[in-house]
Write a protein that binds this ligand. Sequence first.
Ligand SMILES: Nc1ncnc2c1ncn2[C@@H]1O[C@H](COP(=O)(O)OP(=O)(O)OP(=O)(O)O)[C@@H](O)[C@H]1O
Ligand SMILES: [Mg+2]
Length: 282
Amino acid sequence: MLKIEALQHTYDDGTVALNGIDLEIEQGEFLAILGSNGSGKTTLIKHLNGLLQPTAGRVLFGGKAVTQVEDREIFSRIGIVFQDPNDQLFAATVTEDVAFGPTNLGLTEAEVARRVSAALAQVGITKLAGKSIHALSHGQKKRVCIAGLLAMQPSVMILDEPTAGLDPMGVHALMHLLEELNRREGITMIMATHVVDLVPLFMSKIAILSKGKLLRCGTPRDVFGDAEALKKAKLHLPLVAELMNILKTRDQVNLHHIPLTVGEARREILRLLSVEDVIARV
Ligand SMILES: Nc1ncnc2c1ncn2[C@@H]1O[C@H](COP(=O)(O)OP(=O)(O)OP(=O)(O)O)[C@@H](O)[C@H]1O
Ligand SMILES: [Mg+2]
């Protein structure tokens, strides 16, 4: 669906933000982009719908360079939620902001109103509909940005650290909403995040960026099993995996693999306990 070929980006001040990225994103995937501050995540995201022009290389969407697809078409197919909501919101009220995209698509007033109220409900901010954008908290602004994206009903959703600034319930609700859109409607999801604990729960693939290069790409099990790559990218394991890894390496607990989630850890611990039960009984 999206193909990134030898992508390079050098900013005007000479900063090389991306240095030869090759990556393919299949339809229906849920991709996490991980990397430390300044590794190039936001720059890469801005190339995925042609907001930035590559210094070299290209990004193809359905076989066509994104920079050559008409803005209106690409923005309706590939939606981005920016890292900083202040870069995205510009209308006076919540409703006006969320309605802007669908109105621009030329939809009827009734359809725009339907999409806006559905999107506000999906992110739990129906009550803020008439509120002035300036009067919103940071977390509320993030939700308005996400609602604006949902109202466009894109086939690819790209979210740059969407959980930053959300309260724990908000993170939970947002991740389940994205999972549902991904699984039920087949929307391709791409999300830059620093929250490694979320990754094995929701994402099918991880791309690790380090200093503008793609350091590693694969399933959560592959990538979190590559201690060297994680260290190089200054990333850590999900907390549960960290604990299980200590039990395996320092305490020689006999684990078949390193569980990445609470559910996997629970199954592994129950397996060990039942083995010990058996040993105690013998
Ligand atoms: N407009 C710009 N002009 C010059 N350099 C820039 C610009 N935007 C980003 N950079 C530089 O490009 C590099 C990559 O930045 P980018 O914002 O893509 O990183 P990131 O991985 O998204 O980081 P973070 O986790 O902090 O959001 C950094 O070194 C940054 O300083
Ligand atoms: Mg960023």
